[in-house]
Design a protein around this ligand. Structure first.
Ligand code: MN
Length: 240
């Protein structure tokens, strides 16, 4: 048995192939794992637990069926940070705070979405601080559902236009300073995160200290990936 970790699927009603891959993967893994961790941005956007989009009904039902057999954990990403208790009930998932420590076979891991580590993007960090406040979230969730969908679509168009202009820039990657501060605060576990869409394993060193930083692959163009942790260690795998 093993623990599998995925992130950055960015599922929406525009991603039927990836949604099918996710549902098939849940079916294949159901009852076969110790746990599945989804480390943020499972959804391209989340406008509130009252969203009744048709694609969500199948997805949440599949998660619920999976969670009946296998522990399922979900962390907020920067796109789906409004996932709430209604989502947790509907999906059978338990919501995790970020970062989340995990010990497997005596080895220590620290799980995070990763957006909080991109500290060169000061405009985003300001928005992050604001949008994680209860007051901001209550005001957003009080808006009519159709208006929240419109706001999410506009935010998505803006972010896609910005990406087309600048491509993958350094500003959207984690900074050494933020990674080292997080490792110092938690005693240098193996760091696992997503968000940056730069799947890799990095060695992090300072003085006598050394650890690894694993970046989970995002899902795109009908293809996915995951990390597996068991008593022997951690490794990256492709899907399907
Ligand atoms: Mn993200």
């Amino acid at each position: 048995m093993a623990i599998h970790l995925i992130s950055d699927l960015h599922l929406s009603d525009d991603t039927p192939e990836l949604t099918a891959l996710f549902l098939g993967t849940l079916q294949a893994w159901q009852g076969q794992l110790d746990a599945l961790y989804i480390l943020g941005d499972l959804f391209e956007y989340w406008v509130g637990d009252d969203d009744d989009s048709p694609f969500l009904r199948d997805t949440l039902a599949a998660m619920r069926a999976f969670a009946d057999k296998t522990p399922l954990y979900v962390m907020h990403g920067n796109r789906d940070f409004l996932l709430g208790e209604g989502f947790a009930r509907a999906s059978g998932a338990r919501l995790l705070s970020d970062p989340h420590p995990l010990v497997v076979g005596g080895a220590r891991y620290l799980l995070s979405h990763g957006d909080a580590l991109c500290t060169d993007d000061t405009a985003y960090q300001q928005f992050r601080a604001q949008s994680r406040s209860p007051a901001w979230q209550q005001a957003m969730l009080a808006r009519p559902l159709a208006e929240r969908h419109l706001i999410a679509r506009m935010a998505r168009q803006e972010s896609e236009a910005a990406k087309r202009q600048t491509g993958l820039t350094a500003i959207s990657d984690v900074t050494d300073a933020a990674v080292l501060a997080l490792l110092d605060a938690h005693g240098w576990p193996v760091l696992v995160h997503g968000h940056t869409h730069r799947p890799a394993v990095h060695v992090v060193e300072r003085g006598e200290r050394q650890t690894q930083r694993w970046v989970i692959a995002d899902w795109h163009d009908g293809q996915g990936g995951y990390l597996a942790i068991d008593g022997h260690g951690i490794g990256a795998h492709a899907l399907p």
